[in-house]
Design a protein around this ligand. Structure first.
Ligand code: SAH
Ligand code: F3S
Length: 437
């Protein structure tokens, strides 16, 4: 009888893809099938995130709960970024854990499964050319890794310490994955990397030279792929050639993630982001000039050490000037192994809280006003997911989530949809014959 696998994935899209890779390896080499029930599972995996402190704390309480619920003889494995940086400590604190597998070692999942108390966390391990088995949680959209690791040294960020140095995956492998996904029915690919527009800086072995713009052209030539998304690009690498390709290539979805982090050039320098407030605003201006319909999302950290009221005002100023369509905002969280953990002048936690509230309130005000422009507009929507009450959800090219009444037949199709009800997260619409504007 097939063994059962329960997997919980925390963190970013790359973790989602790592989980898919592990599921593929386990189902095809070890005969596992997925279950939603911890009690039924023969193997329980937690794929962890360590970007902020909270998920790390949560890990140990969750492990305890899983250990209580699991059936006799079931194994628990800890994978991902927290596994990379805590390693053996996890087994010391939670001795019932069977193995620990780092974020850059997921290809070894079927190996560690049979090695009691294995700890595989080598951050120099090169998985850039490993041919994983195929598993996709959605047949309509395919995540494809284009690089592993990150070469930037943002002083707040633990990722380079958990995922190691950046290595690009050869373009031929990426294109082959896109072709396979298209053959299996996916019309959208989502290219993943910590810093996608730095693509091509380093390959392992001899490979055709190529930058991200050229890679985008290669992927868009794949027959059957009609939409391309990617995350995350870095503002520092947003040269004109890249922005022009983004604007003019009809397969590239017109939603750009531009992680600002801070609007203060002083703080950006302390973060070692490599750009200033002016550079960021200039890139937004260029992007909007070549692609007026673009929607822009961002990541912002408030209360980085030394952030004064004036620095924070600079961030609000960028928000007012840019009017982001979506923001992901965080209070600074000191992380082990990072440079900034030792920086002086931490911001008072109460002040940090207040700043986050103010930032989010400003975004809400901007967003509530901006989303009204969608009312009665007709957009092309790609349907990806069933929703409750007989609705089906999809996305516009600019990443607006829309639901319409309907059923399975809509999944994996494009339809023109008129927005009938504007809302913060999911808009409501109706399918129309009329062409998208
Ligand atoms: N290159 C990746 C970054 C991964 S971390 C990407 O752009 O997706 C994702 C976000 O988490 C970062 O952009 C940053 O805003 C936030 N973050 C990272 N380290 C943090 C820390 N120590 N405290 C608070 N937020 C942090
Ligand atoms: Fe982290 Fe900066 Fe890389 S945010 S993942 S070090 S680009």
């Amino acid at each position: 009888m097939a063994k059962k696998l329960f997997i919980e994935t925390l963190g970013c899209a790359m973790n989602e893809r790592d989980s898919e890779h592990m599921i593929a390896e386990l189902s095809q080499k070890e005969d596992y099938t997925l279950t939603d029930s911890v009690e039924d599972a023969d193997l329980i995996l937690i794929n962890t995130c360590s970007v902020r402190e909270r998920p790390v704390h949560k890990l140990f309480s969750e492990l305890g709960a899983f250990n209580k619920k699991k059936k006799e003889g079931a194994k628990i494995g800890v994978c991902g970024c927290t596994a990379s940086h805590l390693g053996e400590e996890i087994i010391k604190k939670a001795p019932y854990v069977s193995f620990v597998l780092g974020a850059r070692n997921v290809s070894k999942i079927t190996e560690v499964l049979h090695k009691p108390k294995a700890v595989e966390t080598d951050i120099n391990y090169d998985e850039s050319q490993f041919a994983f088995n195929d598993f996709r949680s959605s047949p309509y959209k395919a995540y494809i890794n284009i690089s592993i690791g990150c070469d930037k040294q943002c002083t707040f960020c633990i990722v380079p310490k958990t995922r190691g140095e950046e290595i690009s995956i050869p373009a031929d492998l990426i294109v082959a994955e896109a072709q396979k996904a298209a053959k299996n029915g996916a019309k959208e690919v989502f290219l993943l990397g910590q810093n996608v527009n730095n693509y091509g800086r380093r390959f392992s072995g001899e490979h055709e030279k190529m930058n991200f713009t050229q890679l985008l052209r290669r992927v868009s030539a794949v027959e059957g792929i009609e939409r391309i998304r990617f995350t995350s690009p870095h503002p520092f690498h947003m040269d004109d050639e890249f922005l022009e390709e983004f604007a003019s290539n009809p397969k590239i979805c017109k939603s750009m993630h531009m992680p600002l982090q801070s609007g203060s050039s002083k703080i950006l320098k302390e973060m070692k982001r490599g750009y200033t407030k002016e550079w960021f605003l200039n890139r937004v201006e260029k992007l909007r000039a070549v692609c007026p319909e673009v929607s822009i999302s961002t990541d912002i950290i408030v209360a980085f050490p030394g952030e004064s009221d004036e620095d924070f005002e600079e961030t609000l100023d960028v928000m007012r000037q840019v009017e982001f369509d979506q923001i992901f905002s965080f209070k600074y969280s000191p992380r082990p192994l990072t440079e900034a953990q030792n920086y002086p002048n931490p911001v008072d936690p109460e002040v940090a809280k207040e700043r986050l509230v103010r930032l989010q309130a400003l975004h809400q005000e901007i967003s509530d006003r901006k989303i009204q422009r969608h009312k009665d507009k007709v957009y092309e929507v790609y349907f990806e997911e069933l929703s409750h009450d007989y609705y089906v959800k999809g996305r516009t090219n600019t990443n607006v989530i829309v639901k319409v009444k309907g059923s399975e037949e809509l999944l994996g199709t494009f339809k023109n949809v008129r927005i009938t009800e504007v809302a913060r997260t999911v808009m409501t619409g109706e399918i129309v014959e009329e062409k998208a504007s």
